[in-house]
Design a protein around this ligand. Structure first.
Ligand SMILES: *Cc1c(COP(=O)(O)O)cnc(C)c1O
Length: 419
C-alpha cells in the first residue's frame, strides 16, 4: 500500500500533483512519500512492540539522509555496509547505539570509525575478519561488540543475483563453524561476542525460508548458551519481498512475516534486530520521467524518455519490472510501446510492450516501486547528472537531493599540468 494515486487530473504523490513537482524540479527524478515510509515502518514496529526489538533500516536500499532522519525519529536504527553509510546514519541523527555494521570486507578505516562512534554491533562474516577486527579494536583500546553472521544454508527461493544464504554464497561463516568461531571471538582481545545474525537474500516471497533460517540460528543460540556463552542479540536480517507487478503472486504480508519471526524466537530471550530495506522503502518511491519523442522501429513503437539506466538500473541489472503509470488519464485505445532511455546501451530499456494512451513529447510516466535500490544505484554514466530526489509530505514537497550542475560534476577532476 502506498500514497500515490491516479486522479481525474493526473497522478498524485500524497496531495501533490506529480506535474507540479516535475515542472519545478525537472525530470528525471525520484519522488518519495513520507506517509508511505512512516506507514511501512510503523506496521513492522507495531508487531514487535512487546519485544525488545530494533528495526535497523538497511541504509543501502535508500540512503538519503532525509529518509534516514524520518525513520530515525520514529525509533529506527540503521544497518550499514560502509563507512559512508555510517557517516550518513550519524548525520541523519540515528544514534550509534542503534547502528549495526554488515558486510564481508570492512576496511580498517571503516572499523575504526565505527568503533570510535560506538556502534551497537559488528556483524562479522569470517574468521579472518574476527582477527582483523580484534587487532583494530585492540590498537584503539576499544572492545568491539560482535555478532557472528552464520550462513544457514537455506535457499530463499529468490533470484540467484540476490540470494545470500546458500552455503556457497560469499556471505557468513559456515553453520558448522559457528560454535568454534564464537569461542574464538570470546578468546580474542578487543572482541565481545554478543550474538548471531543471518540474512538469506532479498525479494523473498514466502515466509518458509525465514522460518527455517530462524529455527536453525535459534538452535545455535541454545547450544552456544549450553556451552556457557552469553548470547544476548539475534539479528534476523532483512529480505522480505514486495509486489512489483499487480499480476505477480503477492508476497507475504509484513504482519505474517513478523508473526513468523516472533513465533520462531519467542522463547529465546534475546534482543531482536531486523534489517528491512526494500520492505520499507520500495513502494514509497516513484521514478518519474518525461517522453522526449517516439520512434517506430520496423513496427516496434518506442517511447524514448529522458530517464535512463544510469538513473534506475534495476531493469538492466536484474531484469526487474516496474509497473508504469501514465500521468494523463487514459482515454482511447492504447498503443504498446517499449520504453527506453537515451543512454548508448541496448540494455537501457525500462519496459517492453507497455500500453500507453498518451505518447506526446513532454508526457510524464511514473515507474512504481522504485524507492528501494533505485536512486542509490544511480550513476553519472554518459555524464548525466545524478538524479534528484524529492520527499512529499501531505501537500508539501522538499527537494532532498538536488540535481548537480555540470560544473559540480567535473569539480573533482583535474587535467595534469604537463602533457
Ligand atoms: C541488503 C541487506 C539487507 C536488506 O535487504 P532487503 O531485501 O532490502 O530487506 C539487510 N541486511 C543485509 C546484511 C543486507 O545485505
Amino acid at each position: 500500500m502506498d500514497h500515490f494515486s491516479s486522479r481525474h487530473d493526473g497522478l498524485y504523490a500524497e496531495d501533490v500533483p506529480l506535474r507540479r513537482i516535475a515542472d519545478a524540479v525537472g525530470t528525471p527524478l525520484y519522488i518519495y512519500s513520507a506517509a508511505t515510509l512512516r506507514r511501512h515502518y510503523d506496521i513492522l514496529a507495531d508487531e514487535f512492540k512487546n519485544r525488545d526489538a530494533l528495526i535497523a533500516f538497511a541504509v543501502k536500499a535508500l540512503s538519503n539522509i532525509a529518509v534516514l532522519a524520518l525513520l530515525g525519529r520514529r525509533g529506527a536504527g540503521a544497518d550499514i555496509v560502509s563507512g559512508g553509510e555510517l557517516y550518513r546514519a550519524l548525520k541523519a541523527g540515528i544514534p550509534a547505539e542503534r547502528v549495526v555494521f554488515s558486510g564481508v570486507a570492512k576496511s580498517r578505516g571503516e572499523m575504526e570509525a565505527a568503533l570510535n562512534a560506538g556502534i551497537l554491533q559488528f556483524n562479522v562474516e569470517s574468521e579472518a575478519e574476527l582477527a582483523h577486527l580484534s587487532a583494530v579494536a585492540s590498537a584503539l583500546g576499544k572492545t568491539a561488540p560482535v555478532a557472528l553472521r552464520v550462513n544457514p544454508d537455506v535457499d530463499a527461493g529468490t533470484d540467484t543475483r540476490i540470494s545470500t544464504g546458500r552455503k556457497d554464497d560469499k556471505f557468513g561463516v559456515p553453520f558448522a563453524d559457528a560454535g568454534r568461531l564464537y569461542r574464538l571471538a570470546a578468546a580474542l582481545p578487543g572482541l565481545r561476542p554478543q550474538g548471531l545474525t543471518v540474512h538469506i537474500g532479498s525479494q523473498i516471497t514466502s515466509v518458509a525460508p525465514f522460518e527455517r533460517a530462524a529455527a536453525r540460528v535459534g538452535g545455535l543460540v541454545t547450544s552456544l548458551r549450553a556451552e556457557g556463552h552469553e548470547v544476548t542479540h539475534l539479528d534476523l536480517g532483512g529480505g522480505l519481498g514486495i509486489p512489483y507487478e499487480r499480476a505477480a503472486a503477492a508476497p507475504p504480508l509484513p504482519v505474517d512475516y513478523a508473526a513468523t519471526l516472533n513465533r520462531a524466537t519467542a522463547d529465546l530471550n534475546v534482543r531482536l534486530i531486523l534489517e528491512p530495506g526494500r520492505l520499507i522503502a520500495g513502494n514509497a518511491g516513484l521514478f518519474v520521467t518525461r517522453i522526449v519523442l517516439t520512434k517506430n522501429q520496423e513496427g516496434t513503437h518506442y517511447a524514448l524518455v529522458d530517464g535512463a539506466m544510469n538513473d534506475l538500473i534495476r531493469p538492466a541489472l536484474y531484469g526487474a519490472r516496474h509497473e508504469v503509470m501514465e500521468d494523463t488519464p487514459p482515454t482511447g485505445v492504447p498503443v504498446h510501446h517499449h520504453i527506453a532511455g537515451p543512454v548508448c546501451e541496448s540494455t537501457d530499456l525500462f519496459a517492453k510492450d507497455v500500453p500507453l494512451h498518451e505518447v506526446s513529447a513532454g508526457a510524464l510516466l511514473a515507474f512504481r516501486t522504485a524507492g528501494a535500490y533505485g536512486a542509490v544505484q544511480a550513476s553519472q554514466y554518459n555524464t548525466r547528472p545524478l538524479v534528484p530526489e524529492v520527499l512529499v509530505d501531505g501537500d508539501r514537497f522538499t527537494v532532498i537531493r538536488r540535481r548537480p550542475t555540470y560544473e559540480e560534476m567535473l569539480s573533482l577532476e583535474v587535467i595534469p599540468d604537463d602533457f
